[in-house]
Design a protein around this ligand. Structure first.
Ligand SMILES: Nc1nc2c(c(=O)[nH]1)N[C@H]1C(S)=C(S)[C@@H](COP(=O)(O)O)O[C@H]1N2
Ligand SMILES: [Mo]
Length: 197
């Protein structure tokens, strides 16, 4: 009997092919924030990309919304082991935002209102892999989930999807961000279980 129930449990987990190793499915949407939720008025909001030349590319809330907004359906995976499959978002592709940006640096540090940072290789933000998300599940993004806008990089663990995104700074090296300095993996591929150093 014990063998059968162990086998059954194992098969059940393996029957979800979209679930990375060591993850479980959740229907609700946990909130994970290292600090308080900042109160950001979209009238004051801006998003910037700064390059090695010192150039700062800047978008107001209205300028962001003048760019093509895409519908995104994607799975998300938190390093604390919850995953949600088929989440729906709307956002502006980083391809659109980087279209006029000239840089030879390969790494990006994402900076949030409130001070959170996380590092991502530039190639992981391009070619339809990342967005500045402004809606979740048909509604404006809740402040606790990063509203008015968050980075969405769903192919990496969700700590890379910086809430309350304020800007990106190009770096020549893959310098660690907040969680990466505190023991989280420098890259964070959920399929390779790159959770911690
Ligand atoms: N600015 C900011 N972004 C953040 C975090 C944070 O603490 N501050 N936490 C990260 C972590 S560890 C996770 S799992 C997700 C959680 O997003 P959620 O609260 O919308 O579920 O946000 C990520 N982005
Ligand atoms: Mo997380």
């Amino acid at each position: 009997m014990a063998v059968i129930s162990r086998g059954f449990g194992g098969r059940r987990r393996e029957s979800v092919p979209d679930l990375p190793p060591g993850q479980y499915l959740t229907q609700d949407f946990p909130v994970l924030s290292a600090g308080p939720t900042p109160d950001i008025d979209t009238a004051d909001w801006e998003f910037t990309i700064r390059t090695e030349s010192g150039a700062v590319h800047r978008w107001s809330w209205d300028e962001l919304h003048a760019l093509p907004i895409e519908d995104i359906t994607t799975d998300i995976h938190c390093v604390t082991r919850w995953s949600k499959l088929g989440t729906t978002w709307r956002g502006v592709s980083l391809d659109s935002l980087f279209a006029g940006v000239d840089t030879s640096y390969d790494y990006v540090m994402a900076h949030s209102y409130g001070g959170y940072t996380t590092n991502v290789p530039l190639e992981d933000l391009l070619d339809g892999k990342a967005w500045i998300a402004v809606e979740f599940d048909g509604e404006d993004l809740d402040p606790e989930h990063g509203g008015p806008a968050r980075l969405l990089v769903p192919h990496l663990y969700f700590w890379k999807s910086a809430k309350w995104i304020r800007g990106l700074v190009m770096h020549s090296n893959d310098d660690p961000g907040f969680w990466e300095q505190n023991g989280y993996h420098i890259y964070g591929d959920p399929w390779l279980e790159q959770r911690y150093w």
